[in-house]
Design a protein around this ligand. Structure first.
Ligand SMILES: [Zn+2]
Length: 282
């Protein structure tokens, strides 16, 4: 047992060995349709690195009360509704059922009003997304000494207040949920949070679990971002994006990580030409 200060509530007590991403997802991300475990490990992306790794990222971070808070606040619902190796995908099925009531056709799929479907727990999806980003931000997870996404001194306390249940989703945050409509080889991918883009007024963080991509926009000017209208909490009808092929998103992310030295194996796997002057990570 390790005693220390819980990073969320600040109490000095026994700490749990907390995962960055829920432990169950590591298994889902590697499971083949026939129930065997794939040799392909989940993809880990950090600031300046992208590779497949068997290492489960965990550390003594939270007290047992806060572990329970994260678990019941979002994890349990998200794990129960994400894509399973068998092809079972409860969240997608709920969205497809709700889609005829005014889904909006987009270039990459459909925007579905989760408000039309009682069974989609909007608050738990948003809470889970912010909890993972916050965890990435408050600890040096030590992926080859590279930092993952960071909320910074300004927004980390806001996220903490939200996660403790003291306030609603802060105005400076927008959570976008993208769900794969069809299966693909890459829906088994799992990405740790990384900073996708940094635009004036806000930062765009992103991570992937089986079948679902979460984008969190954070900044003083996210209202100015077109994409903020897609926020599952504040967007009209609580929109969720049903993507026709999420593998495109995954490939785009790996492509974007060319700047951040992906491993040679990943470059080959995704057929991304090595750019001149970009040396893959060893
Ligand atoms: Zn705590």
């Amino acid at each position: 047992m390790v005693t220390g200060t819980c990073r969320l509530c600040g109490s000095n007590t026994q700490l749990c060995d907390s995962h960055l991403l829920p432990k169950a997802l590591y298994k889902y991300a590697r499971m083949e349709r026939d129930g065997t475990l794939s040799k392909r490990q989940p993809i880990t992306m950090g600031d300046g690195i992208a590779l497949r790794s068997a290492r489960q990222l965990k550390t003594y971070l939270l007290c047992s009360d806060c572990e329970t808070r994260f678990s019941s606040g979002g994890e349990q619902w998200v794990i129960a509704h994400c894509l399973k190796a068998t092809g079972e995908f409860p969240l997608r099925d709920l969205l497809v059922k709700a889609a005829p009531n005014g889904a909006q056709r987009l270039k990459t799929g459909y925007s579905v009003r989760a408000a039309d479907c009682d069974s989609i727990d909007i608050d738990k999806l948003a809470y889970f997304a912010v909890s993972v980003l916050w965890r990435a931000s408050v600890h040096h997870w030590g992926i080859r000494d590279k930092r993952l996404s960071s909320l910074g001194e300004k927004f980390e306390p806001l996220a903490r207040e939200y996660l403790l249940g003291h306030i609603g989703l802060p105005e400076e945050f927008a959570v976008l949920v993208k769900v794969a409509l069809t299966g693909s080889d890459y829906v088994n991918a799992m990405y740790t949070p990384s900073l996708a883009t940094k635009t004036r007024g806000y930062h765009h963080h992103s991570f992937v679990i089986p079948g679902i991509q979460f984008d969190v926009l954070v900044g003083t000017n996210i209202q100015a971002a077109d994409r903020a209208q897609g926020c599952i909490v504040r967007g009209d009808g609580h929109p969720v994006l049903l993507m026709t092929d999420i593998s495109g998103i995954v490939r785009a992310q790996v492509n974007a990580s060319v700047k951040s030295k992906p491993s040679r194996g990943l470059l080959d796997e995704f057929g991304i030409a090595r750019r001149q002057g970009v040396k893959p990570a060893p």
